[in-house]
Design a protein around this ligand. Structure first.
Ligand SMILES: Nc1ncnc2c1ncn2[C@@H]1O[C@H](COP(=O)(O)OP(=O)(O)OP(=O)(O)O)[C@@H](O)[C@H]1O
Length: 293
């Protein structure tokens, strides 16, 4: 669907993106993850043609593909109604008359604001403004929807609403690029992701592949006499007083081994936990950067 080909972007002396290449297949939700200043917004603006002065190429499989861009900053006229904002953006996309009216009704339904269509945006909560901001980018039924941190500073209900909206858009065949520094959001809604740090792609691909490649599950055990000999053959063992952490590719077998030992020796673990690898930990181990300050 979209190829980002050796993109470099400099703001005077500051290099925001350094020779970035990525491939985004059709029909996926593609996460762009990185801490503040990593270059996410710059890359999204380049894909959306908001920034035109850069080196490299954006290649679209279909050059007539429709793109919807949801900027990080709320881009609404707050002194007028939700409906008025949608009319304005609809006209920008070339819609008019009955087609525009019908499409606005559909979008209002989609973003859950039908009841508030005639209210001024100044009376909206942060989450409602975010949803309307997204709605304005959906009027022309884009094939590719670019969302720049759409859940910053909103209530959990609106956040859930936005996730459900993304699911519905995906089911209808849209491709979504979703930038965030909330890794749990990326794990929850995205199929693929790219890790961006200091303007460079550190890792990218299917999330399951990234987890498989870099993340190993771990078992945490605490309690007296709960460590069978030979445990180190399952992976990397880190010991601390009466607890230990075993990082292993074979967690279930290792767990069984520990439980069998405890049953035989009559010892009782205080805690015995299996932890799945998390993308946030992988990001930190690859970059040394925290996603949030
Ligand atoms: N218009 C600009 N002029 C100068 N420097 C800029 C401009 N826009 C961005 N930058 C710089 O480019 C780098 C990348 O910024 P960008 O906004 O793309 O990152 P980001 O990952 O989206 O961060 P955030 O999550 O804070 O929005 C940063 O160092 C930023 O300060």
């Amino acid at each position: 669907m979209l190829k980002v080909d050796q993109i470099t972007k400099k703001y005077e002396k500051k290099t925001a993106l350094a020779n970035i290449s990525l491939e985004i297949p059709a029909g996926v939700c593609f996460g762009l993850v990185g801490p503040n200043g990593a270059g996410k917004s710059t890359l999204l603006k380049i894909i959306a043609s908001v920034i035109r002065n850069f080196q490299g190429k954006i290649r679209l499989t279909n050059p007539r593909m429709k793109i919807g861009y949801v900027p990080q900053e709320i881009a609404l006229e707050e002194t007028v109604t939700a409906q008025d904002n949608l009319v304005f953006f609809g006209k920008l996309y070339g819609l008019s008359g009955k087609a525009l009216t019908l499409r606005i009704e559909e979008v209002l339904e989609e973003i859950g604001l039908t009841e508030r269509a005639k209210d001024k945006v100044t009376t909206f909560s942060g989450g409602m403004k975010r949803r309307l901001n997204i709605g304005c980018a959906l009027l022309h039924q884009p094939d590719l929807i670019i969302m720049d941190e759409p859940t910053v500073g909103i209530d959990p209900q609106s956040r859930r609403y936005i996730f459900q909206m993304i699911e519905r858009l995906k089911q209808k065949g849209a491709t979504i690029i979703y930038a965030s520094h909330y890794m749990e959001e990326i794990e929850r809604i995205c199929d693929e992701a790219a890790f961006l740090d200091h303007g460079k792609v550190v890792e990218n691909g299917r999330i399951s592949m990234i987890l498989e490649k870099h993340g190993k599950p771990s078992i945490f055990v605490s309690g007296n006499d709960c460590m069978p000999s030979g445990l180190e053959s399952f992976g990397m063992l880190q010991e601390k007083a009466e607890s230990y952490l075993l990082i292993t590719r074979d967690p279930l077998q290792a767990m069984e081994y520990i439980v069998e030992y405890c049953k035989r020796s009559g010892s009782h673990p205080e805690r015995l936990e299996l932890a799945k690898p998390r993308l946030e930990d992988i990001f930190f181990s690859l970059t040394g950067s925290q996603l949030r300050e």
